[in-house]
Ligand binder design. Structure first.
Ligand code: SAH
Length: 361
């Protein structure tokens, strides 16, 4: 035990990287009982306390042990930008980069859109994050740190009454399934009753479809899935999303079907995200192909009006065309909704996240 403590003394750990199991292991390592892990998480994630000195139910001895072996460190907010529709975007500084976190207030819920990577390696042609390149995976502390910071900001906001955070979506920067290990630990913390205590029913992982990671995930834990399909055939998807050349539509949908067999959280079907792009994927022919693809996949389709990016040759489909496409799918029995675009004036909408700090607020 002494050897372990010596090791910890020279290499302090950030406790935000631990879910409950890891926190319990850590407590054992410093000769403390498991219930101290529950108490510590309660202080951090429910009472928003990051200072050991204020943890009043801890003995002085425990506080000192914690101070000598560990720390609680969040990334920090560089800038807050508020949209006319009250959406808030935070630019958050992490080691060698900037990530973005978006809060979207609605009538009966508050959704937080969080990032999983600094940049993104997928290079989807319609997405600003993808075009900007990839730096690295986020640490668990940086994933849960975004939520901790947002809670603080929403709770302490005096200018506007915001609905508390009720939903978390992994739809910010990055591909969450390429950061699987940290994603799973973060999910444990978000849904833990000693953590943020947000039900897994209220957490959505959006993915371009990394097949091996989906298979792994299916064996480890259940999550609510949104699949970025965006095309009705491989020719179009190859052009829009290079990852399709490795994992094509048919093999992806087969994997999704297998995932659904082991999933309780997706009983009402997964979400299929489909960006509407003028003259690329928005005709009735495409709608027909989409219906064929999804005939055996319990799903609801979310049509996303494409958000404009500078220097792109792409164009968003017209509202009329989106409505015709949507109505066609609905008439054929597919549950279909059109995503309301939020925070476009502050470049906080889907695919507009670049971590660009030069934006004028
Ligand atoms: N890598 C994950 C998360 C990405 S962001 C994924 O691919 O799902 C969440 C959603 O925004 C994805 O469906 C993504 O394809 C979409 N998106 C990206 N750029 C967009 C843009 N310019 N307009 C609208 N949606 C966009």
């Amino acid at each position: 035990m002494n050897i372990d403590l010596h090791y910890l003394n020279t290499n302090k750990v950030n406790l935000l990287n631990f879910d409950r199991k890891k926190m319990q292991n850590f407590m054992h390592l410093i000769d403390e009982k498991s219930f101290r892990a529950d108490q510590l998480m309660h202080w951090i994630y429910q009472r928003f306390c990051n200072n050991f000195s204020y943890m009043t139910n801890f003995t002085e001895c425990l506080k000192n042990k914690l101070k000598n072996t560990s720390f609680i460190q969040f990334p920090y907010i560089l800038k807050e930008i508020v949209s006319i529709d009250h959406t808030i975007k935070w630019l958050i500084s992490v080691q060698n980069g900037i990530i973005e976190t978006i809060y979207i207030p609605e009538k009966k819920r508050g959704t937080l859109c969080i990032s999983s990577q600094v940049g993104c390696p997928l290079t989807c042609t319609f997405c600003a994050t993808g075009m900007q390149g990839f730096k690295r995976n986020l640490l668990v502390s940086e994933i849960v740190g975004q939520i901790w910071l947002a809670y603080q900001k929403i709770n302490n906001n005096t200018k506007h009454v915001y609905f508390p955070i009720t939903n978390i979506v992994f739809m910010g920067m990055g591909e969450p399934l390429l950061n699987l290990k940290n994603l799973i630990t973060a999910l444990n913390i978000i849904s833990d009753t000693c953590g943020f205590n947000i039900s897994k029913k209220k957490i959505v992982i959006s993915t371009a479809g990394i097949i091996p990671a989906l298979n792994k995930l299916s064996k480890i834990c259940d999550v609510k899935l949104a699949i970025s399909l965006h095309a009705s055939n491989n020719t179009i998807r190859n052009r829009l999303m290079p990852i399709n050349k490795r994992y094509n539509i048919q093999s992806l949908l087969k994997t999704v079907l297998r995932f659904l067999q082991n999933s309780k959280l997706n009983k009402n079907g997964i979400t299929i995200e489909y960006i509407m792009l003028h003259n690329i994927n928005d005709s009735i022919v495409h709608a027909k192909e989409l219906i064929k693809l999804l005939y055996n996949i319990p799903s609801k389709i979310n049509l996303i009006p494409w958000n404009y990016l500078p220097n792109s040759h792409l164009k968003c489909s017209s509202i009329t065309k989106i409505n015709i496409f949507s109505k066609y799918l609905i008439n054929k029995g597919l549950m279909t909704t059109i995503r309301k675009t939020r925070g476009q004036d502050i470049q906080a909408a889907c695919g507009q996240l670049t971590g660009n700090n030069n934006y004028k607020s």
